[in-house]
Design a protein around this ligand. Structure first.
Ligand code: NAD
Length: 516
């Protein structure tokens, strides 16, 4: 199949009773599994350390979703030793077999889709629709990377010099450490893990402490799909206790990280130090934060732009690296934009994520809620809070969708990633000024421009410095195969997940010339 013929997994429409009913049943079934204990498996051995990580439902923090036996440093060392010893075996498995396992994993995920949706609703606080998008993306990653792995296994012919046979082969790297965030706890974990495995690497996956149960469920999928137990370890544990150890271990060959700038930079620094006995430069793939802006030009369709900003800023409570946290609006429509936007934001319903009546659910945890509310305070100093800025009633971590107007380019609200439902709005004199403002952060992940002027569109394509640019549409919702994803500057290494070159991050190329 050609890559451009790849088709994304369709989303279920939950407004239809025939989809909503099974989803309710899946939620009930998942609920019945709340509080289960999950062992730590390394190779064939199951460990119960007794030191349990409790994952909770952010809509109802009294509810324990899963209990996970945490790794000790000794067990982390063991996991690397197992992965290291098994690497030559797994690397020698024919690519076609690894690809077949990945396609099986995709089929299992598709079969268990609603169940995974339900875990995401309860452990990550996703609405039904957001959960469905996360699981669909995970399926897409499996299918797309299976396709890419086929291409890598039979690369295009090289120039053939007279009297020689010239070829290039792609070899796996070795032991990889996969560290995903909690906000796409399935899709990103699945993408990074399967890219590493299908190319013949062995992995230790350390999920976020907020979403270990979803990770454990995916480990079941890998098992069932035929990935040998020694090829991957799912290691729940604290970043400080086992994270550093995994990263600095001399047998670690690469680290595939997605998360905050702070942690990503630290990992990059730690990985750059050569440990005694280490014989390679560790490769670091680090996809990090964003401070994504949408430009609303005076020649835009205002209603479209308001809707696009609304979806981009408040979908999944603004907890997407691609979320719009800055609206940069032409002074000619600034007041009418704010008026329309605020009216719509006030209509957003916030409540428990298992109830589809709510567009927004809780933020992920208490620390995050406090940090977002602190930013709302900062916003009161730096601008005008037009709506939101407070916690909402209920046991869960519910934060009101917030709009802060008149934000200056130098302010914290403009510069710092808040990672919650908080939008700063800034006035631009003209389109050039808007572009200048849009580029005036350390990040460069996503951005969007609303305008009907083709010259301005052309200029944005040239000058808006982001990894993922969208024109006249929202800046979230990247689709595998169509929108390879990754950012510039402090947003990371721009690895372009879901793009045609992604697997190259997980292999090294060997050029072979044979005299004939
Ligand atoms: P985080 O950086 O706090 O954590 C990410 C992962 O790193 C988690 O699994 C965490 O347990 C782990 N970790 C923390 N300290 C560690 C250490 N010392 N050693 C090893 N691992 C450690 O980020 P988060 O809160 O989980 O996720 C939100 C962030 O992720 C936001 O900044 C968001 O923009 C970013 N993000 C980026 C992308 C992207 O593609 N660029 C996608 C999703 C999220």
């Amino acid at each position: 199949m050609r890559l451009c013929d790849f088709r994304n997994e369709p989303y279920a429409d939950f407004s239809k009773p025939e989809n909503a009913e099974p989803m309710r049943a899946a939620l009930a079934a998942v609920r019945a599994e709340f509080g289960k204990e999950y062992d730590l498996r390394i190779g064939d051995a199951h460990h119960r350390t007794g030191d349990l990580l409790k994952s909770i439902n952010p809509s109802q923090p009294g509810e324990v979703v899963g209990l996970h036996h945490k790794a000790t440093p000794e067990l982390a060392n063991q996991a690397i030793a197992v992965a290291d010893a098994y690497f030559p075996v797994w690397a020698a498995v024919p690519a076609a077999d690894r690809i077949a396992s990945l396609r099986k994993a995709s089929a299992i995920l598709r079969r268990r889709k609603l169940e995974f949706d339900a875990w995401l609703v309860y452990e990550a606080g996703k609405s039904w629709a957001e959960a469905e998008a996360d699981v669909s993306e995970a399926i897409d990653f499996c299918d797309y990377y299976a396709l890419l792995a086929e291409r890598l296994a039979s690369p295009e012919s090289l120039v053939q010099l007279p009297g020689e046979h010239d070829e290039m082969r792609y070899l796996p790297l070795g032991v990889g450490i996969v560290i995903p965030p909690w906000n796409f706890p399935l899709a990103i974990l699945v993408g990074m893990t399967t890219a590493a495995l299908v190319t013949g690497n062995t992995v230790v996956v350390k999920p976020s402490s907020d979403t270990p149960t979803i990770a454990a469920k995916f480990a079941e999928v890998l098992d069932e799909a035929g990935f040998p137990p020694h090829s991957f370890t799912l290691m729940v544990g604290s970043g400080a206790e086992v994270g550093d150890l995994l990263i600095t271990h001399p047998r670690t060959r690469f680290i595939s990280f997605t998360g905050s700038r702070e942690v990503g930079l630290r990992i990059n620094e730690l990985a750059a130090k050569t440990a005694p006995g280490q014989i390679w430069i560790k490769r670091v793939i680090a996809e990090m934060g964003g401070k994504d802006g949408i430009i609303v030009d005076e020649e835009a369709d205002l209603d479209d732009a308001v809707q696009g900003v609304l979806w981009s800023a408040y979908g999944y409570q603004g907890q997407k690296c691609s979320a719009c946290s800055r609206a940069i609006v032409s002074e000619k429509l600034y007041d009418s934009f704010l008026e329309k936007l605020v009216a719509k934001v006030k209509d957003i319903k916030v409540g428990p994520s298992d109830d589809p009546a709510y567009y927004m659910g809780p933020v992920i945890n208490e620390r995050s809620m406090k940090s977002i509310l602190d930013y709302a305070e900062v916003g009161r100093q730096e601008g005008r809070v037009l709506t939101g800025g407070e916690r909402l009633p209920g046991d869960g971590y519910f934060v009101a969708p917030t709009v802060i107007a008149d934000i200056d380019v130098k302010s914290r609200i403009f510069q710092e990633e808040i990672f919650g439902p908080v939008l700063g709005v800034t006035k631009a004199r003209d389109f050039d000024h808007a572009l200048e403002l849009a580029n005036a952060t350390d990040y460069g992940l996503t951005g969007a421009v609303y305008t009907n002027n083709p010259e301005k569109i052309a200029k944005a394509k040239e000058q808006f410095f982001v990894g993922n640019l969208y024109i006249n549409r929202k800046c979230t919702g990247a689709m595998v195969g169509a929108h390879p994803f990754g950012g510039f500057n402090m947003s990371g290494t721009d690895s372009k997940a879901g793009g045609p070159d992604y697997l190259l991050w997980f292999v090294q190329a060997k050029s072979i010339a044979q005299k004939m």
